[in-house]
Design a binder for this molecule. Structure first.
Ligand code: ACO
Length: 323
């Protein structure tokens, strides 16, 4: 049985750090409120001349190095982003050019905060079917570009960053003990668009727009529905939740992560948390958290990892994989 397996992980955060105290200088908020309600202490912010594709390229180079591959090996690039440099071409096209990768299959996926889970599942299809041998799956976002800096209920929540994995085919017996992507569950309910959206776009206002959110309702939807998707992904992967070594959740809010964990009965020590330092980086948050835990030695080869996310759409989903 051929599966796709993560052979390298990398990430990149822009240099500029914005603390909660920095924000409180121009918006009516406090470090205390933000930490208590969200767990966020700081976020990174891209420079004016640093587009999403630059963050994506840096994360990709680090993932390729970790996998022992070079740009010449790449035959598939999937970028999950909701903040592309331009309306078109895709960020994936720009990344292909900037990396100097050969002509290959490259496209973006738009599922907002769930983008990385969607992208990984799509790339898995190509690799497991033998249609790609070295796939780059990137989550790259500059959510700070979408903020209304006068809206304290949203502008304190988001940050910029990128994370990437290299996916390559591996052969095995097809059991949950073998390496690779084991199973996933993807969901979308377009009826809940008004809970979380950007009020602009090329075919509506002709502007970029700003992020709008009914935070309370998104919160409640997240806790209930993420738990269902996690359960479904475990079923698809033929594993029990108790088998999972590490949970790598989308980092939107520490209280959502805790709420999901409590609902599923997770051991808190198994949950990777980076929201304090990164804030919500949308599609980039899962590969950023994964890289953090791989680099600090918590996530090791052979570990069973479960990733989950929820975001605009509303979209949500989960994916189980053996590292
Ligand atoms: N600083 C100080 N006060 C604030 C701030 C702020 N930054 N933002 C809101 N408040 C005030 C509100 O005005 C309100 O005041 P009022 O009672 O006088 O009207 C009060 O705080 C409470 O506001 P709520 O919105 O009820 O606060 P809540 O506890 O729900 O926390 C939050 C808000 C943090 C946005 C929460 O709802 C949340 O995290 N929701 C999840 C949304 C999310 O993370 N989305 C990310 C994208 S989707 C995803 O990735 C899951």
């Amino acid at each position: 049985v051929t599966r796709s397996a993560v052979t390298g992980v990398g990430s990149y955060l822009p240099e500029n750090i914005v603390t909660n105290d920095d924000l409180s200088k121009f918006v009516d908020t406090t470090d205390e409120w933000i930490v208590e309600r969200t767990g966020i202490r700081q976020r990174h912010k891209a420079a004016d001349d640093q587009p999403t594709s630059d963050l994506a390229v840096q994360a990709a180079l680090r993932a390729l190095e970790a996998a022992g591959r070079t740009a010449a090996d790449i035959d598939l690039i999937v970028v999950a982003t909701t903040t592309p440099d331009m309306t078109f071409p895709s960020v994936a096209s720009i990344v292909q050019r900037k990396l100097g990768a050969p002509v290959c299959n490259a496209f973006d996926i738009q599922a907002v905060c769930s983008g990385f889970v969607y992208a990984l599942s799509v790339a898995d299809g190509f690799v497991a079917r033998g249609l790609a041998r070295c796939a780059l799956v990137i989550g790259a976002e500059e959510m700070t570009r979408l903020m209304d800096w006068t809206d304290r209920s949203t502008c304190v929540l988001f940050g910029d960053g990128a994370g990437a994995v290299v996916l390559e085919p591996v052969e095995g017996q097809g059991t949950p003990a073998d390496r690779g992507v084991l199973g996933f569950a993807l969901r979308c309910d377009g009826n809940k668009t008004d809970l979380l959206y950007v009020d602009g776009g090329p075919a509506s206002t002709g502007t970029v727009g700003h992020l709008r959110m009914a935070g309370n309702q998104v919160f409640r939807h997240a806790v209930v529905n993420i738990a269902e998707a996690v359960t479904a992904a475990c079923e698809a992967a033929n594993i029990q939740i108790s088998d999972v070594d590490w949970f790598v959740p989308h980092q939107a809010n520490q209280r959502i992560i805790k709420g999901v964990g409590d609902r599923l009965g997770l051991d808190e020590d198994k949950v990777i948390l980076t929201v304090a330092d990164h804030a919500n980086t949308s599609a980039a948050s899962i590969p950023l958290a994964l890289d953090t835990a791989v680099k600090d030695g918590r996530i090791k080869p052979g570990d069973l990892v479960l990733m989950e996310a929820m975001g605009g759409g509303l979209t949500w989903g989960a994916v189980a994989l053996r590292m």
